[in-house]
Design a binder for this molecule. Structure first.
Ligand code: ADP
Length: 235
């Protein structure tokens, strides 16, 4: 579903991704871990077409990534990024109506179902500022899913939350991971979450995957010294 082929990305003289190769099969959940600055966010930004590779190519669903293919990719951000002037329901219906061309009724029906699923069926008329961070993040998840993405990108989605709000968001994501066939790429420092939902963990260092495997192996018996160092620093 997602394939990076020899992708190089530089900023000035700094090579951030160095001939990166990896792929994620349809319906799989992959977590990217690694020290700050190792290139994880750059990968998500390339998939969102906010950046373009200097070399190599990116395929999604077998097709080179372009504007059209990009519509099949959803993202949830660390800072939620809800539309502050719109009520919860409208936050979720906006893109399906304006980007996918759904009728208002269809979009509302879809949005209500998703908001129910994330536990916010009673908050349709609230404004984002009237919600907790955890609730806002659950709206952001519903908003991403309303586009029926084939690929969902999660960028440190619990980092901005108070500790007591993290579990509710992770529960929702766990449900989605179990009950849908959406391909997921997550960047997270929540190793328990990574362990719980990932089929595979990719450990990055300096723009390359230095180690990858099922979470039990990466967390239980890391082979690489850098992975051991990283895991002991975050745990
Ligand atoms: P991570 O998400 O693993 O912390 P990033 O992908 O954010 O890493 O960053 C990788 C490297 O690229 C870092 O050294 C960062 O400073 C650099 N970088 C990221 N974006 C830019 C940019 N727009 N301009 C210059 N350097 C950047």
């Amino acid at each position: 579903m997602v394939r990076f082929e020899q992708v190089t990305k530089r900023f000035g003289d700094t090579t951030v991704l160095d001939r990166l190769d990896f792929s994620v099969e349809q319906g799989k959940h992959v977590t990217l871990i690694g020290p700050s600055g190792s290139g994880k966010t750059t990968i998500l930004r390339l998939l969102m077409t906010l950046l373009t590779p200097d070399e190599g190519r990116i395929l999604v669903g077998g097709r080179p990534l372009d504007k059209e293919v990009r519509k099949g990719i959803g993202m949830v951000f660390q800072q939620f990024n809800l539309f502050p002037n719109m009520r919860v329901l409208r936050n979720v219906t906006e893109a399906p109506v304006h980007v996918l061309g759904l009728s208002k009724d269809e979009a509302v029906e879809r949005a209500k179902g998703l908001l129910e699923m994330v536990g916010l069926g009673d908050k349709l008329d609230a404004y984002p500022t009237q919600l907790s961070g955890g609730q806002q993040q659950r709206v952001a998840i519903a908003r991403a899913l309303a586009m029926r993405p084939r690929v969902l990108l999660l960028d440190e989605v619990t980092s901005a939350l108070d500790p007591e709000l993290v579990a509710g968001v992770l529960d929702v994501l766990r449900d989605i991971a179990r009950s849908t066939d959406i391909t997921m790429l997550c960047v997270t420092h929540e190793m328990n979450f990574a362990r719980d939902i990932s089929d595979r963990v990719l450990m990055f260092d300096a723009g390359r995957v230095i180690e990858s495997g099922p979470p039990e192996r990466i967390f239980g018996a890391p082979e690489h010294e850098r992975t051991r160092e990283f895991l002991s620093a975050v745990r």
